[in-house]
Design a protein around this ligand. Sequence first.
Ligand code: ADE
Length: 237
Amino acid sequence: MTLFTDMCDSVLNESIIGRARQAGKVEINTVDIRDFSIDKHRHVDDKPYGGGNGMVMLAEPIYRCYNSICEQIGKRPHLVYMTPQGKTLTQQRVKELSKLDNIVILCGHYEGVDERVIDELQPEEISIGDYVLTGGELPALILADSISRMLDGVLSNDECFEEESHYNSLLEYPQYTHPAVWNGREVPEVLLSGHHQNVDKWRRKQSIKRTYERRPDMLENAELTKDDLKYIEELKS
Ligand code: ADE
């Protein structure tokens, strides 16, 4: 639910998500809140009571928009409101949300939305980080993208997410492609060896090293083997 459907469609029609939508692996509809305005000028916002800057989105068009979606699909799906006041999105929450059959995402704009529609609909409030954007569309696209790529058949085997950063609470190992020497910089020799076991070992170590150096907080949630723990002790010394 957005005031900027074209902005959302232009992103959702491209690349992996665009392809997945065409193949019917994920269905994403952008719904224009303005279509649910209740006056002939199609207003969707007004000045805040009590004064102050900017405009506040009206409760009624949002309420009608959500109810119309519910009527169309015959249930009342989980509602998410993108706001910097929400709980910060994590890969864990993305994984959980990807298991739901339907999700509706509300994109706020201007100075926010009338609090009463939040009280009425009780959405889950999600932030994409401690910074403020001009609207909820980019955050909603981030959420839609991160959920979609977890769905069956959206990523090909080549694009599989199981080795990626954050999937196992570890950052991903560094990647290299052709040429083998670029600007005098060589690809790590083990990757050219064709020895899969050694490659796997090297990658695991790189993952752990990166996580230890850049995001040590993540290691607490990672599943680590005895060898991993030994390696971390080596890194510490
Ligand atoms: N809208 C504006 N800024 C936002 C943020 N950081 N997260 C979610 N929605 C937002």
